[in-house]
Write a protein that binds this ligand. Structure first.
Ligand code: SF4
Length: 363
């Protein structure tokens, strides 16, 4: 394994990457701009999202909100609706808040340095480094999953990349490698190299410009590096939704804080420890919604729909309930429900699992 202090003697690393990059890079819209707003937008969207999935979202956001002022002024529901399907909704809420912070605290201009960018909500070391280098040519190395992997393999670093202490070591390593003259190009190059050449499962070692120096390749450790401790097994949560309907009206509620999908809309929810939800429980639940069960039509529950999140799995079943009369307003208020017509439901930001259920149902 290499020593961090000795890395400045490896100029070949930047040199070969910078040769490789112009010949292999993908032509992506955020690579044609120095606008910190557009760069920030692309970075927020691409965190934990593949380029192919994130690209249409980026194009949608930049055309719907061409400036940070436009994004700051948009209603949160609308922003979440544009974000719908990307997951990690706290990123969208933070992004919206950050846009407002840029407008209210920085006069609508993004802070002009790495240190200042870190003052923005939701902007961590990675995003600040990306904006500072891509927009302002500041010499600060980015560290994302791709960069961790490339560095661990090439320099034979065996630290667990998921351990917080490793970040310092890798940051020091990356800061030693980044050339002062081309920080933006270098950061783009190393991230792109990790994304398309030194990939997690099948890196293209045969045609790799770093092959002769690569520790992992030379020691037969490509599949062992980087070392990453396993995340805790995701727990399964069982959601039973009561889908209350009257004529063409659907009753929905906005989800609150401290749980997944904050700010998105779903139905009355009963969460249980297992997939079981007896008919008696359902009747009791509907009764608690205003005593309408005797005159209601309760349909068979849908088959389970599953959604995998980063730390949990959701197994949802939907129990459609036709109301013979509108829900009494006190019952609706108590449950945090509002009545929406089909055209209004379409415009609400919703978890994918709710959107899929609605589009598979007859309204
Ligand atoms: S030789 Fe293989 S493991 Fe090493 S940097 Fe190249 S692609 Fe990655």
């Amino acid at each position: 394994m290499s020593s961090v202090n000795s890395l400045s003697q490896y100029p070949w690393f930047a040199h070969r990457l910078l040769e490789w990059y112009p010949r292999h890079r993908r032509d992506l819209p955020w690579r044609h701009t120095r606008d910190p707003y557009a760069i920030w937008l692309s970075e927020v969207i691409l965190q934990q999202t593949r380029v192919k999935q994130g690209l249409p979202y980026y194009l949608d956001f930049i055309s719907s909100y061409p400036t940070v002022q436009d994004l700051a002024a948009a209603p949160q529901d609308e922003v979440l609706r544009h974000w719908q399907g990307l997951g990690y909704y706290s990123r969208a809420r933070n992004m919206h808040h950050t846009a407002q912070q840029v407008v209210s605290e920085f006069g609508g201009h993004f802070p002009g340095s790495y240190a200042e960018l870190l003052k923005l909500r939701g902007v961590g070391q990675y995003t600040a480094a990306a904006i500072a280098s891509f927009a302002y040519d500041e010499k600060v190395a980015v560290l994302d999953g791709n960069v961790f992997r490339v560095l661990a393999r090439v320099f034979g670093f065996t630290q667990d990349i998921a351990a917080p202490a490793s970040r310092k070591v890798f940051q020091q390593l990356a800061d030693n490698l980044i050339p002062a003259e081309q920080p933006a190009e270098f950061n783009q190059a190393i991230m792109e190299f990790g994304a398309i050449q030194c990939t997690p499962a099948k890196p293209d070692c045969l045609f790799c410009p770093l092959q002769t120096e690569c520790y992992a390749f030379q020691h037969g450790m490509v599949q062992e590096l980087p070392v990453k401790s396993k995340a805790k097994a995701a727990r399964t949560r069982y959601f039973h939704y009561l889908v209350l309907r009257h004529d063409d009206t659907l009753y929905m509620r906005k989800r609150g804080p401290k749980d997944i999908w904050e700010g998105l809309y779903d139905f009355v929810l009963h969460e249980t420890e297992s997939a079981e939800f007896s008919a008696a429980s359902l009747v009791k639940a509907v009764e608690s919604m205003g005593g309408l069960v005797a005159t209601n039509r309760v349909e068979e529950a849908s088959t389970a729909m599953r959604h995998v999140l980063s730390h949990q799995k959701v197994e949802a079943r939907f129990h459609p309930v036709w109301l013979s009369e509108p829900l009494p307003s006190d019952a609706a208020v108590a449950a945090g429900l509002l009545a929406y017509r089909a055209s209004e439901v379409e415009r609400l930001p919703k978890p994918v699992i709710i959107t899929n259920f609605i589009s598979n149902s007859v309204f």
